[in-house]
Write a protein that binds this ligand. Structure first.
Ligand SMILES: [Zn+2]
Length: 240
């Protein structure tokens, strides 16, 4: 090939490398999206577990209070039974005071039981809500899995097509240009090349010499002295 077409070939190769990077970026984005959705599903599942545990703790607390109430009531009935056996007024009075105090305590317990039953009622809706959240998270994950699988198939086909074209186009490069191109691509991928934008490098925006500019216009490949990118002329410029 002549030197004059090297810059045009480089432009084509640069476009292909950018396409490949875009495609591989999109291929990598699919599994990342799935990982986010899988994490959301795990969070929803742990939400359900927490809802069950809160409800269980609230029920245990209510049961415990109810048992306490029952035994307090048994104790009061027992004391009341002993009232008739009292031999002195003083004994009767003391026992009566004790019973009154115990009855006050059971009132407090009854209030606490009502509160704990209300708490159970308030916690109950969290379970179906968490189950609905899990179902929604599962649905989103499986829909996305299908989408990612479809997309990956298309992207991989496209990658294979461009790789084939890229390999064929690379053969057009002369040996000396090929060597510099291989080095640039190995080091920086698509970023190893840039279009010259007037008097500056399109990659790092540093000025290039007028000598380099005229070399570019004759179709030669020029290396930016600041960033090392292989430069080529914009389409339609010079003879390339
Ligand atoms: Zn540069």
């Amino acid at each position: 090939m002549s030197v004059a077409v090297a810059t045009g070939t480089l432009r084509t190769l640069h476009r292909m490398h950018r396409q490949l990077e875009d495609l591989t970026g999109r291929l990598a984005a699919g599994p990342r999206r799935l990982a986010v959705l899988a994490a959301a599903l795990a969070a929803a599942e742990s939400g359900l577990q927490q809802a069950h545990e809160s409800l269980k703790r609230a029920r245990l607390a209510a049961d415990k209070k109810q048992l306490e109430l029952k035994s307090a009531e048994v104790k009061i009935r027992d004391l009341e039974g002993k009232l008739n056996a009292c031999k002195t007024n003083r004994e009767y009075q003391t026992l009566g005071d004790q019973i009154a105090a115990d009855k006050m305590a059971t009132k407090v317990l009854e209030d606490e039981i009502l509160d704990s039953l209300e708490r159970i009622d308030a916690l109950k809706p969290a379970v179906p809500a968490a189950e609905a959240a899990i179902a929604a998270a599962k649905r989103r994950l499986s829909e996305e899995e299908l989408r990612v699988r479809d997309e990956a198939g298309q992207l991989e086909t496209e990658v294979a097509r461009i790789r084939g074209e890229l390999a064929a186009t690379e053969k057009e490069l002369s040996d000396d240009v090929r060597e510099r191109y291989d080095r640039a691509v190995k080091a920086k991928g698509a970023d190893g090349m840039a279009e010259a934008e007037g008097p500056s490098c399109g990659g790092c925006h540093q000025q290039i010499t007028s000598n380099m500019q005229s070399e570019l216009l004759t179709g030669r490949v020029v290396i930016c002295r600041s960033c090392g990118r292989l430069l080529y002329t914009p389409a339609g410029a010079g003879q390339a």
